[in-house]
Design a protein around this ligand. Structure first.
Ligand SMILES: [Zn+2]
Length: 338
Protein backbone atom coordinates (compact mmCIF):
# COMPACT_ATOMS: atom_id res chain seq x y z
CA UNK A 1 0.00 0.00 0.00
CA UNK A 2 1.39 3.43 -0.99
CA UNK A 3 2.01 6.07 1.66
CA UNK A 4 2.20 9.80 1.11
CA UNK A 5 3.77 12.66 3.02
CA UNK A 6 2.67 16.21 2.33
CA UNK A 7 5.00 19.06 1.48
CA UNK A 8 4.62 22.67 0.41
CA UNK A 9 6.06 23.84 -2.91
CA UNK A 10 7.61 26.97 -4.38
CA UNK A 11 7.37 27.64 -8.12
CA UNK A 12 10.26 29.35 -9.91
CA UNK A 13 9.65 29.56 -13.67
CA UNK A 14 8.99 25.98 -14.75
CA UNK A 15 10.98 24.53 -11.81
CA UNK A 16 9.56 23.42 -8.46
CA UNK A 17 11.18 23.39 -5.05
CA UNK A 18 9.68 21.54 -2.09
CA UNK A 19 9.34 23.63 1.06
CA UNK A 20 7.77 22.90 4.48
CA UNK A 21 3.97 22.74 4.39
CA UNK A 22 2.15 25.69 5.94
CA UNK A 23 -1.48 26.78 6.06
CA UNK A 24 -3.21 23.39 6.54
CA UNK A 25 -4.19 22.31 10.06
CA UNK A 26 -3.89 18.67 11.14
CA UNK A 27 -7.51 17.86 10.21
CA UNK A 28 -7.11 19.33 6.73
CA UNK A 29 -3.79 17.50 6.27
CA UNK A 30 -5.51 14.24 7.13
CA UNK A 31 -8.32 15.03 4.69
CA UNK A 32 -5.82 15.93 1.98
CA UNK A 33 -4.36 12.42 2.34
CA UNK A 34 -7.89 11.02 2.13
CA UNK A 35 -8.30 12.97 -1.12
CA UNK A 36 -5.07 11.44 -2.47
CA UNK A 37 -6.33 7.99 -1.53
CA UNK A 38 -9.67 8.62 -3.32
CA UNK A 39 -7.73 9.72 -6.43
CA UNK A 40 -5.42 6.69 -6.12
CA UNK A 41 -8.46 4.38 -5.99
CA UNK A 42 -10.40 6.15 -8.76
CA UNK A 43 -11.29 3.93 -11.69
CA UNK A 44 -12.65 6.80 -13.79
CA UNK A 45 -9.51 7.32 -15.89
CA UNK A 46 -9.80 5.79 -19.36
CA UNK A 47 -7.12 7.33 -21.60
CA UNK A 48 -7.38 4.78 -24.39
CA UNK A 49 -4.97 6.55 -26.76
CA UNK A 50 -2.15 7.91 -24.54
CA UNK A 51 -2.42 5.37 -21.68
CA UNK A 52 -1.46 8.30 -19.38
CA UNK A 53 -3.66 7.62 -16.37
CA UNK A 54 -4.60 10.64 -14.25
CA UNK A 55 -6.55 9.67 -11.13
CA UNK A 56 -8.30 12.51 -9.36
CA UNK A 57 -10.69 13.42 -6.62
CA UNK A 58 -12.64 16.48 -5.57
CA UNK A 59 -14.60 17.57 -2.51
CA UNK A 60 -15.13 20.20 0.15
CA UNK A 61 -13.06 19.83 3.30
CA UNK A 62 -15.29 18.02 5.81
CA UNK A 63 -17.21 16.18 3.09
CA UNK A 64 -16.79 13.13 0.88
CA UNK A 65 -14.07 13.19 -1.81
CA UNK A 66 -15.52 12.02 -5.13
CA UNK A 67 -13.37 10.25 -7.74
CA UNK A 68 -12.51 11.65 -11.17
CA UNK A 69 -10.22 10.70 -14.05
CA UNK A 70 -9.20 11.62 -17.61
CA UNK A 71 -10.73 10.20 -20.79
CA UNK A 72 -9.89 10.58 -24.47
CA UNK A 73 -11.84 10.79 -27.71
CA UNK A 74 -11.56 11.70 -31.39
CA UNK A 75 -7.97 12.15 -32.50
CA UNK A 76 -5.58 12.64 -29.55
CA UNK A 77 -8.12 14.83 -27.73
CA UNK A 78 -8.68 14.56 -23.99
CA UNK A 79 -11.29 15.37 -21.40
CA UNK A 80 -8.85 16.17 -18.63
CA UNK A 81 -9.40 14.99 -15.06
CA UNK A 82 -9.67 18.57 -13.70
CA UNK A 83 -12.63 19.39 -15.94
CA UNK A 84 -14.38 16.13 -15.14
CA UNK A 85 -13.75 16.71 -11.41
CA UNK A 86 -15.29 20.19 -11.64
CA UNK A 87 -18.38 18.75 -13.33
CA UNK A 88 -18.60 15.93 -10.76
CA UNK A 89 -18.44 18.44 -7.91
CA UNK A 90 -21.12 20.70 -9.43
CA UNK A 91 -23.38 17.73 -10.21
CA UNK A 92 -23.01 16.49 -6.64
CA UNK A 93 -23.74 19.94 -5.15
CA UNK A 94 -26.50 20.83 -7.59
CA UNK A 95 -24.95 24.25 -8.17
CA UNK A 96 -22.05 25.90 -9.96
CA UNK A 97 -18.65 26.52 -8.42
CA UNK A 98 -17.09 26.45 -4.94
CA UNK A 99 -18.40 28.45 -1.95
CA UNK A 100 -16.04 27.08 0.73
CA UNK A 101 -12.61 25.43 0.96
CA UNK A 102 -12.24 22.34 -1.24
CA UNK A 103 -9.41 20.05 -2.27
CA UNK A 104 -8.59 18.44 -5.63
CA UNK A 105 -6.09 15.57 -5.73
CA UNK A 106 -4.10 14.55 -8.82
CA UNK A 107 -2.35 11.16 -8.84
CA UNK A 108 -0.09 9.91 -11.66
CA UNK A 109 2.83 7.49 -12.05
CA UNK A 110 6.15 8.94 -10.88
CA UNK A 111 8.33 8.47 -13.99
CA UNK A 112 7.37 11.80 -15.60
CA UNK A 113 7.13 13.94 -12.46
CA UNK A 114 4.17 15.77 -10.93
CA UNK A 115 1.31 16.39 -13.37
CA UNK A 116 0.77 20.13 -13.65
CA UNK A 117 -2.63 21.16 -14.96
CA UNK A 118 -2.64 22.14 -18.63
CA UNK A 119 -3.36 25.70 -19.69
CA UNK A 120 -6.90 24.92 -20.80
CA UNK A 121 -7.80 23.37 -17.42
CA UNK A 122 -6.48 26.54 -15.73
CA UNK A 123 -8.82 28.57 -17.96
CA UNK A 124 -11.73 26.28 -17.04
CA UNK A 125 -11.06 26.45 -13.30
CA UNK A 126 -10.27 30.17 -13.08
CA UNK A 127 -13.65 30.90 -14.68
CA UNK A 128 -15.39 28.57 -12.20
CA UNK A 129 -16.88 30.74 -9.41
CA UNK A 130 -14.99 30.39 -6.12
CA UNK A 131 -12.16 28.18 -7.45
CA UNK A 132 -9.48 30.88 -7.11
CA UNK A 133 -10.55 31.63 -3.52
CA UNK A 134 -11.27 28.12 -2.27
CA UNK A 135 -9.45 25.41 -4.21
CA UNK A 136 -6.42 23.63 -2.72
CA UNK A 137 -4.60 21.17 -4.96
CA UNK A 138 -2.41 18.21 -4.10
CA UNK A 139 -0.22 16.45 -6.64
CA UNK A 140 0.97 12.93 -5.79
CA UNK A 141 2.49 9.77 -7.28
CA UNK A 142 0.73 6.42 -7.43
CA UNK A 143 3.82 4.84 -5.85
CA UNK A 144 3.57 7.15 -2.79
CA UNK A 145 6.26 9.50 -1.41
CA UNK A 146 6.16 13.29 -1.34
CA UNK A 147 2.91 14.96 -2.40
CA UNK A 148 2.98 18.70 -3.11
CA UNK A 149 0.20 20.93 -1.79
CA UNK A 150 -0.59 24.38 -3.20
CA UNK A 151 -3.48 26.73 -3.90
CA UNK A 152 -5.03 26.67 -7.36
CA UNK A 153 -4.30 30.41 -7.48
CA UNK A 154 -0.55 29.63 -7.24
CA UNK A 155 -0.86 28.29 -10.81
CA UNK A 156 -2.07 31.70 -12.06
CA UNK A 157 0.17 34.62 -13.02
CA UNK A 158 -1.61 37.77 -14.11
CA UNK A 159 0.54 40.70 -13.08
CA UNK A 160 3.88 41.62 -14.58
CA UNK A 161 6.41 44.41 -14.08
CA UNK A 162 5.81 47.43 -16.29
CA UNK A 163 8.66 47.94 -18.68
CA UNK A 164 10.51 51.09 -17.62
CA UNK A 165 12.42 51.59 -20.85
CA UNK A 166 11.07 50.32 -24.15
CA UNK A 167 13.86 49.89 -26.72
CA UNK A 168 13.51 51.10 -30.32
CA UNK A 169 13.34 47.49 -31.53
CA UNK A 170 10.56 46.68 -29.05
CA UNK A 171 8.59 49.81 -29.93
CA UNK A 172 8.83 48.99 -33.63
CA UNK A 173 7.60 45.42 -32.99
CA UNK A 174 4.68 46.57 -30.81
CA UNK A 175 3.63 49.28 -33.28
CA UNK A 176 3.72 46.77 -36.14
CA UNK A 177 1.58 44.37 -34.09
CA UNK A 178 -0.96 47.14 -33.32
CA UNK A 179 -1.12 48.04 -37.02
CA UNK A 180 -1.56 44.41 -38.07
CA UNK A 181 -4.24 43.90 -35.40
CA UNK A 182 -6.37 46.40 -37.30
CA UNK A 183 -6.15 44.32 -40.49
CA UNK A 184 -9.59 42.73 -41.04
CA UNK A 185 -8.11 39.27 -41.65
CA UNK A 186 -5.89 39.04 -38.55
CA UNK A 187 -8.84 37.73 -36.51
CA UNK A 188 -12.18 36.07 -37.22
CA UNK A 189 -13.71 36.73 -33.85
CA UNK A 190 -17.46 37.17 -34.12
CA UNK A 191 -18.06 35.81 -30.59
CA UNK A 192 -15.26 37.72 -28.82
CA UNK A 193 -17.24 40.93 -28.26
CA UNK A 194 -18.54 40.34 -24.71
CA UNK A 195 -17.21 42.92 -22.22
CA UNK A 196 -16.47 39.90 -19.99
CA UNK A 197 -13.64 38.90 -22.31
CA UNK A 198 -12.50 42.32 -23.56
CA UNK A 199 -9.04 41.82 -22.05
CA UNK A 200 -8.78 38.42 -23.76
CA UNK A 201 -9.31 39.67 -27.31
CA UNK A 202 -5.65 40.35 -28.00
CA UNK A 203 -3.49 39.60 -30.99
CA UNK A 204 -0.16 37.80 -30.81
CA UNK A 205 2.98 38.70 -32.70
CA UNK A 206 5.77 36.15 -32.97
CA UNK A 207 9.28 37.57 -33.48
CA UNK A 208 11.72 35.33 -35.35
CA UNK A 209 15.14 36.01 -36.85
CA UNK A 210 13.46 36.05 -40.26
CA UNK A 211 10.77 38.62 -39.40
CA UNK A 212 7.51 38.67 -37.54
CA UNK A 213 3.84 38.04 -38.02
CA UNK A 214 0.68 38.81 -36.06
CA UNK A 215 -2.22 36.42 -35.48
CA UNK A 216 -5.57 36.69 -33.75
CA UNK A 217 -8.26 34.18 -32.74
CA UNK A 218 -10.40 32.30 -35.23
CA UNK A 219 -13.98 31.66 -34.13
CA UNK A 220 -15.70 28.34 -34.63
CA UNK A 221 -19.49 28.58 -34.77
CA UNK A 222 -19.97 25.93 -32.04
CA UNK A 223 -18.14 28.17 -29.52
CA UNK A 224 -14.80 26.37 -29.65
CA UNK A 225 -12.46 29.12 -30.80
CA UNK A 226 -8.97 28.50 -32.12
CA UNK A 227 -7.04 31.06 -30.08
CA UNK A 228 -4.24 33.39 -31.28
CA UNK A 229 -1.32 31.16 -30.25
CA UNK A 230 -3.04 28.09 -31.70
CA UNK A 231 -3.37 29.86 -35.05
CA UNK A 232 0.32 30.89 -34.76
CA UNK A 233 1.33 27.30 -33.97
CA UNK A 234 -0.39 25.92 -37.06
CA UNK A 235 1.11 28.61 -39.31
CA UNK A 236 4.63 28.25 -37.86
CA UNK A 237 4.60 24.47 -38.12
CA UNK A 238 3.31 24.61 -41.69
CA UNK A 239 6.03 27.13 -42.44
CA UNK A 240 8.61 24.72 -40.97
CA UNK A 241 10.01 27.40 -38.64
CA UNK A 242 9.35 27.01 -34.90
CA UNK A 243 12.18 29.37 -33.89
CA UNK A 244 11.14 32.49 -32.01
CA UNK A 245 12.92 34.63 -29.45
CA UNK A 246 9.99 36.82 -28.39
CA UNK A 247 6.20 36.94 -28.38
CA UNK A 248 4.20 40.18 -28.12
CA UNK A 249 0.58 40.33 -26.95
CA UNK A 250 -1.30 43.52 -27.87
CA UNK A 251 -4.82 44.50 -26.90
CA UNK A 252 -6.99 47.59 -26.67
CA UNK A 253 -6.76 49.49 -23.39
CA UNK A 254 -9.52 48.49 -20.92
CA UNK A 255 -9.03 49.01 -17.17
CA UNK A 256 -5.29 49.71 -17.13
CA UNK A 257 -4.36 46.01 -16.89
CA UNK A 258 -2.33 44.07 -19.45
CA UNK A 259 -4.00 41.73 -21.98
CA UNK A 260 -5.39 38.70 -20.08
CA UNK A 261 -3.43 36.01 -21.90
CA UNK A 262 -5.36 32.74 -21.96
CA UNK A 263 -3.55 29.92 -20.17
CA UNK A 264 -4.38 27.83 -23.21
CA UNK A 265 -2.24 30.24 -25.28
CA UNK A 266 0.60 30.01 -22.75
CA UNK A 267 0.40 26.22 -23.09
CA UNK A 268 0.52 26.45 -26.89
CA UNK A 269 3.51 28.82 -26.86
CA UNK A 270 5.23 26.37 -24.49
CA UNK A 271 4.58 23.62 -27.02
CA UNK A 272 6.22 25.72 -29.75
CA UNK A 273 9.08 26.51 -27.41
CA UNK A 274 9.59 22.80 -26.70
CA UNK A 275 9.76 22.20 -30.48
CA UNK A 276 12.62 24.70 -30.71
CA UNK A 277 14.30 23.42 -27.52
CA UNK A 278 14.32 19.86 -28.91
CA UNK A 279 15.84 21.12 -32.18
CA UNK A 280 18.56 23.28 -30.61
CA UNK A 281 19.22 20.79 -27.79
CA UNK A 282 19.01 23.24 -24.88
CA UNK A 283 16.47 24.97 -22.67
CA UNK A 284 15.26 28.41 -23.71
CA UNK A 285 12.91 30.95 -22.10
CA UNK A 286 11.53 33.41 -24.72
CA UNK A 287 10.89 37.06 -23.82
CA UNK A 288 7.27 38.15 -23.61
CA UNK A 289 6.00 41.70 -24.07
CA UNK A 290 2.42 42.70 -23.26
CA UNK A 291 1.12 46.02 -24.51
CA UNK A 292 -2.12 47.97 -24.61
CA UNK A 293 -3.01 50.73 -27.07
CA UNK A 294 -5.44 53.66 -26.88
CA UNK A 295 -8.23 54.56 -29.31
CA UNK A 296 -5.77 56.42 -31.55
CA UNK A 297 -3.75 53.20 -31.79
CA UNK A 298 -0.88 54.65 -29.76
CA UNK A 299 0.95 52.46 -27.22
CA UNK A 300 -0.42 53.06 -23.68
CA UNK A 301 1.50 50.67 -21.40
CA UNK A 302 4.08 47.91 -21.88
CA UNK A 303 4.76 45.02 -19.47
CA UNK A 304 7.45 42.35 -19.68
CA UNK A 305 7.94 38.77 -18.53
CA UNK A 306 9.26 35.46 -19.86
CA UNK A 307 7.26 32.53 -21.14
CA UNK A 308 8.16 30.04 -18.38
CA UNK A 309 7.33 32.61 -15.69
CA UNK A 310 3.74 32.78 -17.02
CA UNK A 311 3.01 29.06 -16.54
CA UNK A 312 4.18 27.60 -13.20
CA UNK A 313 4.16 23.79 -12.88
CA UNK A 314 3.46 23.34 -16.61
CA UNK A 315 2.06 20.21 -18.15
CA UNK A 316 4.58 19.06 -20.77
CA UNK A 317 5.25 15.82 -22.68
CA UNK A 318 8.01 15.28 -20.08
CA UNK A 319 5.11 14.05 -17.93
CA UNK A 320 4.92 11.01 -20.23
CA UNK A 321 8.45 10.01 -19.14
CA UNK A 322 11.97 9.96 -20.64
CA UNK A 323 11.26 7.25 -23.21
CA UNK A 324 8.46 9.32 -24.74
CA UNK A 325 10.75 12.38 -24.82
CA UNK A 326 13.31 10.47 -26.92
CA UNK A 327 10.54 9.46 -29.32
CA UNK A 328 9.21 13.04 -29.45
CA UNK A 329 12.67 14.49 -30.15
CA UNK A 330 13.05 12.18 -33.14
CA UNK A 331 9.56 13.00 -34.42
CA UNK A 332 10.17 16.76 -34.11
CA UNK A 333 13.50 16.45 -35.97
CA UNK A 334 11.88 14.38 -38.74
CA UNK A 335 9.15 17.02 -39.08
CA UNK A 336 11.36 20.11 -39.31
CA UNK A 337 14.42 18.53 -40.96
CA UNK A 338 12.96 15.91 -43.31
ZN1 LIG B 1 -5.93 19.97 -18.66
Amino acid sequence: MSEWNLSGVKFEGDKTEQVPLTGLNVTKQHETKTAIFAAFRSNLADPQQSKYIVGGSIGYFGEQKLPAGNTEYGLATADHMEQRAKTTHEFNQGRIGFDKPAVMAIVVGSEGGYAGSCGNCRDVLRDTPGAIEHLTMVDAFREGGSAIVFSFKDLLVDSYPQKAKVTQDEETAINKAIKETAHPRTSFDVYGKSPLVARRTYALQINTDEGDHTWGPNTDHAFHTTTAAEVAQIMMRQDGNPFFHRAVFVGAETDGSPPDVLYRDRQTLSTMNLDQELLIGQEFNPDILLATYDKNKNISTVWETRLKDMLPLPFTPRNFGPEFMEYLKNEVRKYYEP
